[in-house]
Design a protein around this ligand. Structure first.
Ligand code: NAD
Length: 273
């Protein structure tokens, strides 16, 4: 069965990359809807032509409900306010949803969970398979070294990114905090300035760089007396995120209602190979 995929934020950096990833995918998948905000100047544009190719017949529109019967799953990389609006439409039409958008407040994250309780939702701060392996390596390192090491997370992204630290950096923090039995909200330190005093061993530090066109770098450092372990992931193209999200979308169709992340997608596919 060909999986019919809709994209919200279709004209954005990730939206365009997702359309390309669907076109290149080995899985039987097809882009059948492209949604942008009502004020977008690109409404009416053909997605294929927008990407520099032939007309595809998929025309940018702004009303997800109007095309809901043309898609089997929605992929959303937009902004939290838009994701919440699209989630209500997905819930009303029983549509599975893949969410890559980051920067949700606690209240927005809760609202998303509530709105999508009756449909399959796959949400990840990072859909790149390598980052998901980084989470596992960080968890193992935290268990082995964490109580005797200072843990710092450094992330770098392009100048247009609107949230900080990145969702991926926060997920890395959650993974190591959980492995060490710490509550991230109690131990996170976001940047330092002035007379900070000595470092508390139990804290997890976050540093953010915003510059140029950096796609996404993450390093987690475990530093102790005399040695330092660093685990680094660098994304050199958004294609890594887009291919992961398309893989997640194809996997999500046919899953029961509930909440999943990229680790579930990869674990299920590993178990079948
Ligand atoms: P972008 O600004 O290039 O694209 C966002 C698009 O969403 C824009 O085209 C905008 O017009 C559109 N949009 C806004 N409101 C909308 C609405 N109501 N309906 C439809 N479209 C709407 O941003 P981007 O770089 O593509 O990133 C988007 C999000 O994805 C960010 O939160 C970013 O952090 C996240 N991201 C996640 C991953 C991951 O793997 N999870 C990877 C990269 C980026």
């Amino acid at each position: 069965m060909t999986v019919r995929i809709g994209i919200t934020g279709a004209a954005g950096r990730m939206g365009r990359m997702l359309a390309e990833a669907i076109a290149r995918s080995d899985a039987p998948a097809k882009l059948t809807a492209a949604i942008e905000r009502p004020e977008s100047t690109l409404l009416g544009a053909d997605m294929g032509e927008l990407l520099g190719g032939d007309a595809s017949g998929v025309v940018m529109s702004s009303d997800l409900a109007a095309v809901a019967d043309q898609i089997d799953v929605l992929i959303d990389f937009t902004v939290p306010e838009s994701t919440l609006a699209q989630a209500a439409t997905c819930a009303a039409h029983g549509l599975p949803m893949v969410v890559g958008t980051t920067g949700f407040s606690d209240e927005q994250a809760q609202a998303l969970a509530t709105a999508t309780a009756g449909v399959p939702l796959c949400q990840a701060s990072n859909f790149a398979p390598g980052v998901n392996l980084t989470f596992k390596l960080a968890e193992a390192a935290a268990k082995a070294l964490g109580n005797s090491a200072d843990i710092e997370i450094v992330e770098a992204h392009h100048r247009h990114k609107i949230d900080a630290p990145s969702g991926t950096a926060l997920s890395l923090g959650e993974v190591v905090a959980k492995a060490l039995g710490r509550d991230l909200s109690q131990v996170a330190v976001f940047g330092r300035e002035g007379r900070t005093g000595a470092r508390d061993r139990d804290t997890i530090g976050f540093s953010t760089i915003r510059a140029g066109d950096i796609v996404g770098d993450h390093t987690i450092i475990f530093a102790s007396e005399g040695e330092r372990l660093e685990i680094t992931h660098r994304a050199s193209s958004r294609m890594a995120f887009a291919q992961g999200a398309v893989q997640a979308a194809c996997w999500l169709v046919g899953q029961s209602a509930g909440r999943y992340d990229m680790q579930d997608v990869l674990a299920d596919q590993e178990s079948k190979t």
